[in-house]
Design a binder for this molecule. Structure first.
Ligand code: HEM
Length: 521
């Protein structure tokens, strides 16, 4: 037996060079030539213009630094719709209102898809609102969010709680006015608001055993997940390198996801225990609504889905509002006359006997212009979130291949001198006699995007921002030692690199800030 096997092995090894020439070489040649033949036979696409690409990398090397700024420079050279190749992934970048309209409105249905990014897969299994693909699940989740968080009636009900949190923020500042860390203060307030809306309590009031371990701090984990989503992960663009996980995004996002899942599961289990035996006719917070929906739509919404959706609300709603507030504050501190005009408007309307209420905002056109101007110059999502074309289509006469990723460069549009007079100046006055708003119909100003993937939290985010800003300006006068720096920290959501630390002086009676001055806000 052994001799026969050896003979076969020997025969086999003798015949292998021959086998190689007869079988393998032609196969190899076919493999190499076939793509070229197919490429020649395929009708050539008329792609949008763009800079020359490197072999293999394409334009990936260009995106290591401030992408929105670099893409703005490229659009000046190649036009409002440019084509890039990131590794093997086709990408288009729109940098004019007309191109933004084509992607977000005319071809909205085609571009409503999201790329399958490795980090989003690990963090949410693409089951959160931001990364889930259009279809029945995404529609259901957006409907639940509208019902549980963003609907007018719902927001109306949250108003006293939001007022309470804003008052608490003012009170904290009044007690330590010398060095106010604007971002920390905005972050803490936004976190409390979203937390009370989503799970009925502030995070620190929820008894979660795992939170005792500092590695299981939900806020830090969420910030880390936002950071990871902002990394251009090479594995997403050169798939055969994905297994190497060169930047560690895969490993890190899996570790973050595991911890977040543990925490959220504790929150969900705790709530289920509370709900047992209770009637759910009056669901009180978003988690209750999610749990009720999962009982009705059992097959469609699992615990993992609830965790993904909750994470989305926290991470989508807090950093965006906080960073927008800080950019606005930085501009106001850099332009004291504009700050003064905004304060005069508020103080004239509201007087010194109460705080600003949400209903006042409608009557504060200058304040609203300040926020629009800040969002024009500093959109916190300068490239929005990535969209993807599900099928081949034509944009402005150019062919866009299937699965092309699309970015809309709101930073470029906001600073385009053909659209805005003296675009680099902070000048809220430009909006006073203008009907341009941020609600998605004016494609020159889309901080919340437009179309079916636009931000569902816009009314909440805008309302909170106006209320926080108006009260900060009403209650205090502000000064800063050195003029603020506008260098930025990159990510899916951009922030100021150097935090704004300002000095506040109280301009109303302290009594107004006390928790039981009930009719103050
Ligand atoms: C100043 C505040 C905010 C800004 C500037 C902002 C901006 C944005 C932007 C630019 C997008 C991407 C749209 C696109 O891809 O076309 C987005 C999506 C989203 N935002 Fe906001 N946002 C804010 C507040 C909020 C709040 C308060 C929440 C929730 C509590 C929220 C939840 C979401 C969600 C869930 C999505 C994904 C929507 C989808 O893909 O279907 N955002 N937001």
């Amino acid at each position: 037996m052994a001799t026969t096997a050896m003979a076969i092995e020997r025969n086999h090894s003798y015949s292998s060079p021959l086998l190689f020439f007869v079988l393998l070489l032609p196969t190899l040649l076919i493999c190499l030539l076939l793509p070229a033949i197919l490429l020649l036979r395929k009708p050539r696409l008329r792609l949008p213009p763009g800079p020359p690409a490197l072999p293999l990398l394409g334009h990936l090397h260009l995106l290591s630094s401030a992408r929105h700024i670099l893409l703005t420079d490229l659009s000046k050279r190649y036009g409002p719709l440019i084509y890039l190749r990131l590794g093997s992934v086709p990408v288009v970048v729109a940098s004019s209102p007309a191109m933004a309209r084509l992607i977000l409105q005319k071809h909205d249905q085609i571009f409503a898809w999201r790329p399958q990014l490795q980090v989003a897969m690990h963090l949410f299994g693409m089951r959160d609102v931001l990364f889930s693909q259009p279809g029945p699940y995404w529609k259901l989740v957006r409907r639940i969010c509208a019902m549980g968080l963003f609907g007018n009636k719902r927001l109306e009900g949250f108003r006293p709680m939001i007022a309470d949190e804003v008052r608490a923020m003012l009170c904290t500042i009044a007690h330590a006015p010398d060095k106010v860390h604007v971002r920390e203060m905005g972050f803490a307030t936004s976190l409390s608001i979203i937390s009370r809306m989503a799970i009925g309590k502030k995070l620190e009031e929820v008894a979660i055993e795992s939170q005792a371990d500092p590695a299981y701090n939900l806020v830090k984990l969420m910030l880390e997940s936002i950071r990871l989503l902002g990394v251009f992960n090479v594995g997403d663009y050169i798939p055969w390198l994905a297994w190497m996980d060169l930047q560690g995004c895969g490993r890190k996002s899996k570790a973050v996801a595991k911890k977040m899942h543990t925490i959220w599961q504790e929150v969900i289990d705790g709530r289920r225990r509370m709900r047992r035996g209770q009637s759910h006719e009056t669901d009180v917070d978003f988690l209750d609504i999610l749990l009720s929906e999962s009982e009705v739509n059992n097959a469609q919404i699992s615990d993992s889905d609830i965790k993904a959706i909750l994470t989305d609300m926290f991470s989508g709603g807090i950093d965006t509002s906080t960073n927008s507030l800080e950019f606005t504050f930085a501009e106001l501190l850099a332009h004291p006359l504009i700050m003064k005009r905004a304060q005069e408007e508020i103080r004239t309307l509201v007087g010194a006997s109460r705080l600003v209420q949400e209903l006042d905002i409608e009557q504060l056109p200058y304040l609203r212009a300040v926020l629009k101007e800040s969002m024009r110059l500093h959109p916190v999502g300068p490239l929005l979130a990535p969209h993807m074309a599900r099928q081949q289509c034509k944009i402005a006469g150019f062919d866009i291949p299937t699965n092309t990723h699309a970015f809309v460069n709101m930073w470029a549009i906001g600073r385009d001198p053909t659209i805005w007079d003296r675009p680099l100046e902070f000048c809220p006055e430009r909006f006073l006699d203008s009907n341009i708003d941020v609600h998605g119909q004016h494609f020159e100003l889309l901080p919340f995007s437009s179309g079916r993937r636009s931000c569902p939290g816009m009314a909440l985010g805008l309302g909170n921002l106006h209320l926080m800003l108006a009260n900060l300006l009403h209650v205090f006068d502000w000064t800063i030692g050195n003029s603020p720096s506008f260098s930025i920290k990159l990510g899916i959501i951009v922030a100021l690199a150097n935090p704004i630390i300002a000095k506040a002086s109280l301009k109303v009676s302290k009594h107004l800030l006390e928790a039981h001055a009930d009719d103050a806000l």
